[in-house]
Write a protein that binds this ligand. Structure first.
Ligand SMILES: Cc1cc2nc3c(=O)[nH]c(=O)nc-3n(C[C@H](O)[C@H](O)[C@H](O)COP(=O)(O)O)c2cc1C
Length: 348
């Protein structure tokens, strides 16, 4: 089933995009342990990608078994979204998602992420540009070597395609979607969602919090339900997001609130079993952690373990000796060192 066919289903449960978390190593572990229906990458700067920031292309490495996979962009410059949408299509992504929900100051102070909720006209221009990028690429009106990328970037794109084992172009048009929040400081679901619906997009994923809320309080699923009602006469799918812990709850929410999909984020950190409701044993947790470290070393051989340590701590969550283990986990530098902790981890 391709992604467009999956969209017609009523209980899609996917992995949410998480910057600094859902990198290729994380996504591969998740896929091997329990594959979500759809996976989103971390967000990546549209301006950076279109300017040829080669390091950013590491964020877009994915393996065929992760499909369907959606690449997420953030930014504020429509022309960059046009080019970056072409890049994502060229890399074989099943969909292009636009971030209009990130509350981080580093993103919103430049007018990107959730700040776009306060600039509906610019948001519409961005969507239009990304849609045109997808259309032009799909209809072969443009090719990757005609959008001003330098040779080094074109080489990195080739590397990514080889990594993803991309042999042919997508046979269907990649989707266009927006992931957003309820509003800036209060819910303005009626205006905002109507505005987005009028841009003709495939999916709106709505996180049930405002920008101001950040991650505080609880997600307002009643507001998400309002969006579902507003979207009744549109082809756009409404997916919900916020505080969903397991696949079973995600499916319950699809029925309760009328969304056709749910993205799970934080609950999947250190817990790939969020997607099958399994309560993992310490042995299973250790195996997942080891797999994560091994894949990380394979995919990013030159990176230090620094960015992995937060995952190790999350895998140890719930173990009776988690507190003691933490001191060792935050010092780990290699797979070999990790293996020395097996006894402590498994026999807790
Ligand atoms: C560490 C972290 C990084 C995130 N990065 C992104 C991102 O890159 N793009 C995005 O749309 N949302 C991002 N989010 C928000 C999540 O996708 C999701 O909307 C939010 O965590 C609420 O869902 P949850 O309660 O299931 O975690 C991030 C959240 C966290 C905790």
């Amino acid at each position: 089933m391709n992604f467009r066919q999956l969209l017609q289903q009523n209980e899609v449960v996917g992995l949410a995009p998480m910057d600094g978390v859902t990198d290729e190593a994380f996504r591969l572990v998740q896929t091997q342990i329990e594959k979500p229906d759809v996976i989103f990458t971390e967000f990546v700067s549209a301006e950076g990608l279109s300017r040829g920031g080669v390091k950013l292309y590491d964020t877009l490495l994915y393996s065929p078994q992760e499909r369907p996979i959606v690449g997420q962009l953030f930014g504020k410059d429509p022309e960059s979204f046009y080019k970056s949408a072409i890049v994502l299509c060229e890399l074989g992504f099943d969909g292009v998602d636009i971030n209009m929900g990130c509350p981080a100051k580093t993103v919103t102070q430049h007018g990107s992420g959730a700040a776009l909720i306060g600039k509906p006209e610019l948001a519409a221009e961005i969507i239009k540009a990304a849609k045109k990028g997808i259309d032009d690429w799909f209809n072969k009106k443009v090719s990757i070597d005609k959008i001003g990328l330098n040779n080094k970037t074109l080489e990195v794109i080739k590397r990514n395609k080889k990594y993803s084992n991309l042999k042919q172009d997508c046979s269907y048009k990649p989707t266009i979607s927006v992931k957003t929040r309820l509003g800036i400081d209060k819910s303005i679901v009626e205006q905002w969602i109507t505005h987005l619906l009028n841009q003709g997009i495939d999916i709106i994923t709505l996180h049930g919090r405002t920008l101001k809320q950040g991650y505080a309080g609880t997600a307002g699923w009643e507001e998400i339900e309002k969006a579902v009602q507003i979207a009744k006469n549109y082809d756009t799918k409404i997916w919900g997001n916020g505080d969903v812990k397991t696949k079973t709850i995600a499916k319950e929410y699809c029925h309760k609130y009328g969304v056709t999909g749910v993205l799970i984020g934080r609950s999947a950190m250190g817990n790939p079993w969020a997607f099958n409701d399994h309560i993992a044993s310490p042995k299973e947790k250790f195996s997942a952690m080891l797999l994560h470290a091994q894949i990380f070393k394979e995919v990013f051989p030159h990176r230090s373990f620094d960015s992995l340590r937060k995952h190790f701590i999350l895998y140890s969550y719930g173990l009776s000796n988690a507190k003691q283990l933490r001191a060792s986990l935050v010092r780990l530098n290699s797979v070999e060192e990790l293996l020395t902790l097996e006894g402590e981890f498994v026999n807790c």
